[in-house]
Ligand binder design. Structure first.
Ligand code: CU
Length: 290
């Protein structure tokens, strides 16, 4: 409120001020009233691990199922259309503030997602999310700022955005030098010939897939904060249904649909696991750690 300096406040002005104060108080009381709908909130935290331990970046200490020694330099990915599956009911879609969420191992703030949506009280069987972005939503130029913007996928290769950039280096026994790998997932291409020439592209494949987190049931009661700690188990990208030998992969797989298909099939099982915990106070500092 602005009160002008100088001059006496007239009766009319005083009445206006008093009316304003009464209104403000009423509004304040309104705000303290409990919402009619029963709901709680949900916070996602993201962890990157290798064989159960927190990821150590830039260190050649890991060996995948194929026997390649490897290190990881970057982990960047999108999840979208998170659905909380209500017991015996439909799904609650998280989309109030954002429906596409970016996670980056180098940007700690992205590793915690305080969901804006008010989550209806009740019991939930599971939590699922789209890995990457669905065909309908994966639209070129929708992100104008970094870091999301820098996930763009070239239009000529299908457009939109990478689902994931998992970058690193690998080395086999007997090799004298590291080689880079770019395990990038996104829209695949179908080529008419045997050569990989963008002029021969006859179609695109949307490789995004839905992940249902195993053991992700929870109960939401009013005032609860449910903490969903999602772990990406990086070694699982290289194994599962398919053992991936980096020496037989192109260093960048963006134009190898077969490579991306195999990678995505590994991603559907074992890559993502979860721990769910609850806190009562909305402002609680309690947090789940692996
Ligand atoms: Cu790429």
């Amino acid at each position: 409120m602005i009160v002008r300096e100088g001059g006496l406040m007239g009766m009319r002005s005083m009445l206006v001020v008093m009316a304003w104060m009464v209104l403000t108080m009423m509004c304040a009381c309104d705000g303290e009233e409990p919402e009619s709908e029963d709901h709680g909130k949900i916070i996602f935290t993201f962890f990157h691990r290798v064989e159960g331990e927190p990821l150590q970046i830039d260190t050649m200490i890991y060996t995948n199922a194929a026997g390649n020694h490897y290190l990881i330099t970057e982990v960047q990915y999108f999840i979208s259309d998170v659905i909380l599956h209500q017991s015996g009911g439909s799904g609650f879609l998280i989309d109030d503030w954002t429906d596409i969420y970016y996670i980056d191992n180098d940007i700690p703030s992205t590793m915690t997602w305080e969901v804006f949506d008010k989550i209806p009280a009740g019991s939930y069987d599971s939590v699922s999310f789209m890995f990457g972005i669905s065909q309908e939503k994966n639209i070129s130029l929708m992100f104008v700022n970094p870091p999301e913007r820098d996930m763009f996928w070239p239009d000529v290769l299908g457009g939109g955005y990478h689902y994931m950039k998992l970058n690193g280096k690998w080395l086999n026994d007997g090799m004298s030098q590291n080689r880079p790998f770019e395990f990038h997932l996104g829209i695949g291409q179908i080529y008419s010939g045997d050569t990989i020439d963008v002029n021969d592209i006859t179609g695109f494949v949307h490789n995004n897939f839905r992940v249902t987190l195993p053991g992700s049931s929870f109960q939401m009661t009013t005032g609860d904060t449910v903490h969903v700690a999602v772990s990406m188990n990086i070694e699982q990208w290289f194994t599962g249904p398919h053992t991936i030998d980096l020496s037989t992969f192109p260093f960048n797989i963006m134009q190898c649909q077969e490579c991306m298909r195999v990678g995505c099939e590994n991603g559907k099982k074992g890559v993502f696991t979860v721990l769910i915990s609850k806190s009562k106070e909305q402002k609680s500092k309690s947090k789940t750690n692996f």
